[in-house]
Design a protein around this ligand. Structure first.
Ligand code: BGC
Length: 804
């Protein structure tokens, strides 16, 4: 291992699912799991290929009900490239004696490599090396190379290269009872002697997908002309060919693939486009060159460097490698190519089938990192939400509210995609899923619009897209809030906060909780910021919006009123109650359950299987109240509380953190990111420990089996963002770029490059100095605030501030 390489030594069937997820290659347009080219889906391997936003809906009869799910479809497998040496059986890792095995993911170049040697039952020793890429510059290409060396034998070898559309969605055990056959055949044919073609279509969304693949064989650098046999079956096409290999000689097989869909733009027809692209593709070497150049350019924008300090035991190389790995997966999910697509941020990447490729609120953890690096991606992702504004309006109306309510889970059209019932794998019971009540997702979207604007001051975006989303979201909060005369305050009743362990009161029939503090305060924040941004709009645009949205002064007055009189529940002298009545819940026997179950991250499943429910206890799956401290600085929170007329003392922050941290099981990978963040300033050691646990989320699959089903993108981006924003204390507020640095004692130096309002800034932070260099960019001066002092920074200038 080094900073740029993830290495796996030896083959471990138990680990293979995890490795496939971690070695997924993608480019924002499609992604392919890191399964070997010989692997078919079985209980060890799962070679999935997914198109960004490639969804399809299917109905299933379950527990007496017909339920419909929208899935991220497992698309035809373009990988198959296998061989058999003088036998009937195709090569299978499990059936040979492996002499050595090493798999490497090169993060700098975006190349997956595999090298192994094996001995078969006849004593023949063979060496195989593979390389694979999913092209970062031209998103339609994928390519593989396989070299086979006969070490101590001579004889015939048969090869098979295929495009296999007979795949189903079977990547998640819990979903196996649901219908999962999404593809129907359209065409298979030979393009020419070297190339084959497959076309399929999703059976409900009617997305046509075309793959064209060319396989070439080389020996001693010479292209071989070989005879091939064509095999065609519905949704499957392959070529078989034979070679005679001499002892000590090697043969190189190259497979290039081009994929287009009926959703692509700038083409006549996807089948034609795939075939033309394949013809224009020269070689693996040529693809490799342009691919690594694209990665080099990405890394220049996204790199984060840090050094631990002399005395700490921090393993710089390991941490840097994992940070690179997480940035790598982020950029394979949302890349430059996202800008031309209509997709959101899938909580599990395009790396597997967990959560069906749906879009949740996780973008709240992803956008800040992207905003300060390549906000063009964030803009495109916000457009995904804008295009679904009408559906969100419809959703709000369904519940009897005005404005827009974005769904908790979003897919193709932006309708609510949350499951109606979900399976508890522990009890095997199907239970009602009330997570759709997490209306707070609405505020996350408004928060993202606002912060995109703070970083870019992109008034065009705000005027034409952002403002309308914010106004409609504000209108929703304005309509759901009800006035309680006895409290003389507004309330929000019957919702869920981010903590999914609580979906109802133990003694109430209907789901939902009252006055979730996070939801209420976020609503206040959204209403206030919307009113503020509205005043920034060019007058003609605000008039247009008022007319088309029938927005009147009185309604905005009501928003202002709510934003000053929202109810926030408290208990125990300054503890913000997660929701009204929280203090009446029972304390939980944490030690007893830890002793009994060991891993209690998913307490909801454990308790349900016992016939109990987390609703009865003071337990949280993840940060809920504490999300407020994650999203807002203490000054911002003080402003919010003062606006509402609640006393706010800084001392209550550590008290609240301590209170909820003790009562949280971290059943979501997002939780440790938020908790590490909120501890940065009050408990450096505790924060660093949580940082390291959050860092381990995916690489070590700390939830014990969820990463093979898909990465946790929010946690990945959130961890990187801890380095970027939590330790530098960077904040984009008003027209000032604020820094309030706070390095953990383990870190000696942090270096990063961020973009802010058309400037490119090199930031170097050490415990005693902050250095900010504005590169030569054609942009006017900006204002930089460091711990209360404000400086003007012009292009080409550098400021250094002592932190001693
Ligand atoms: C978490 C949610 C998150 C979702 C998708 C759930 O386990 O509780 O907060 O949005 O996973 O990542």
């Amino acid at each position: 291992m080094n900073q740029w390489t993830l290495v796996y030594e030896g083959f471990d069937p138990q680990q293979e699912g995890l490795r496939e997820a971690m070695c997924t290659l993608g480019n924002g347009y499609f992604a392919t799991r890191g399964a070997g080219p010989e692997a078919a889906a079985d209980n060890i391997h799962y070679p999935g290929t997914y198109l960004s936003g490639g969804y399809n809906r299917l109905k299933t009869e379950i527990a007496g009900k017909s339920i419909e799910n929208e899935d991220l479809v497992n698309m035809p497998n373009w990988l198959p490239l296998n061989f058999r040496i003088g036998s009937r059986n195709w090569f299978n890792l499990m059936a040979v004696d492996l002499i050595s095995y090493r798999q490497e993911l090169d993060l700098k170049e975006g190349i997956l490599r595999r090298r192994f040697r094996f001995r078969d039952s006849q004593g023949r020793q063979t060496q195989v090396t593979c390389r694979r890429l999913v092209h970062m510059q031209n998103p339609h290409y994928g390519a593989q190379e396989l070299t086979l060396t006969a070490e101590n034998w001579s004889g015939p070898v048969e090869f098979c290269t295929a495009l296999d559309g007979r795949v189903i969605n079977a990547g998640v055990e819990r979903y196996k009872q649901l219908n999962n056959n999404h593809l129907e055949p359209l065409a298979t044919r030979m393009i020419d002697a070297e190339a084959i073609y497959l076309e399929v279509q999703t059976n409900q969304s009617k997305l046509r997908v075309s793959q064209a693949a060319r396989t070439r064989v080389y020996q001693d650098g010479q292209l071989l002309e070989i005879e091939r046999k064509l095999i065609e079956k519905p949704r499957y096409i392959a070529q078989h060919f034979n070679l005679d290999l001499k002892e000590g000689r090697e043969v190189l097989i190259e497979k290039a693939m081009a994929m287009y869909t009926s959703r692509d733009r700038g083409i006549s027809e996807c089948g034609l486009a795939a075939q033309e692209a394949l013809q224009r593709c020269v070689s693996f070497a040529a693809l490799h060159e342009s691919h690594t150049l694209a990665w080099e350019q990405l890394w220049r924008r996204f790199e984060i460097e840090f050094q631990s300090n002399d005395v700490s035991e921090t393993d710089d190389e390991y941490i840097t490698m994992v940070l690179h790995l997480y940035i790598f997966h982020l950029l394979q999910t949302t890349s430059m190519h996202t800008m031309d697509l209509d997709v959101g941020v899938p909580s599990r990447g395009w790396h597997g089938e967990a959560y069906r490729g749906h879009i949740f609120w996780d973008e709240l953890f992803v956008f800040p990192f992207l905003n300060l690096r390549l906000h063009e991606i964030t803009r495109a992702l916000l457009q995904y939400r804008f295009r679904r504004l009408n559906e969100a309006r419809f959703n709000a109306r369904q519940y009897g509210y005005r404005g827009a309510l974005y769904p908790w889970q979003s897919g193709s059209s932006g309708r609510e995609e949350s499951q109606k019932i979900h399976l508890n794998p522990r009890s095997r019971r199907w239970i009602p899923d009330n997570t759709y009540l997490q209306f707070h997702v609405n505020s996350a979207i408004a928060y993202n619009v606002y912060h995109y604007f703070q970083v870019t001051r992109d008034l065009e975006f705000l005027a034409f897209f952002g403002a309308e989303m914010m106004l409609e979201i504000a209108r929703f909060w304005g309509s759901i809030a009800t006035y309680n005369p006895s409290l003389e305050r507004y309330e929000i009743l019957g919702v869920m906060g981010p903590d999914e362990y609580h979906d109802r009161y133990p003694d109430r029939e209907e789901p939902g909780l009252d006055n979730n503090a996070y939801t209420n305060l976020m609503a206040v924040w959204v209403l206030s910021r919307t009113l503020e941004l509205f005043d920034l709009l060019p007058e003609d645009r605000s008039l247009e919006l008022c007319k088309s949205l029938e927005l009147q002064k009185a309604e905005m007055e009501r928003w202002r009123d709510i934003s000053h009189k929202m109810f926030v529940p408290f208990h125990d002298d300054g503890i913000i109650s997660q929701f009204q009545g929280y203090e009446q819940l029972a304390e939980f026997d944490w030690d007893g359950y830890r002793k009994k179950y060991g891993d209690i991250q998913r307490l909801d499943r454990i308790l349900e299987a016992e016939g109990d429910t987390p609703n009865r206890y003071k337990v949280s799956k993840q940060a809920d109240v504490l999300m407020l401290f994650y999203l807002f600085s203490s000054e911002q929170l003080r402003e919010l509380f003062e606006q509402l007329g609640y006393p706010f003392a800084y001392e209550t922050i550590p008290k609240n953190i301590d209170y909820y941290l003790k009562r949280t099981s971290h059943g979501s990978t997002l939780s440790r990111v938020a908790h590490s963040w909120v501890l940065v300033r009050s408990d450096r050691a505790g924060s660093w420990q949580l940082f390291n646990q959050a860092l381990a989320s995916d690489i070590a699959d700390i939830q014990g089996g969820t990463t093979p089903e898909g990465i946790h993108l929010g946690a990945m981006a959130g961890v990187v963002d801890l380095m970027q924003r939590a330790y530098t204390g960077v904040e984009t507020r008003g027209n000032v770029l604020l820094f309030n640095p706070f390095l953990p004692k383990e870190l000696g130096k942090l270096h990063l490059r961020i973009r802010y309002r058309c400037h490119s800034l090199e930031i170097t932070l050490t415990p005693d100095k902050l250095r900010i260099e504005a590169l030569e960019f054609p942009a006017g001066p900006i204002r930089i605030g460091v711990r209360g002092n404000v400086f003007e920074l012009k292009r080409g200038e550098t400021i250094e501030v002592s932190l001693a």
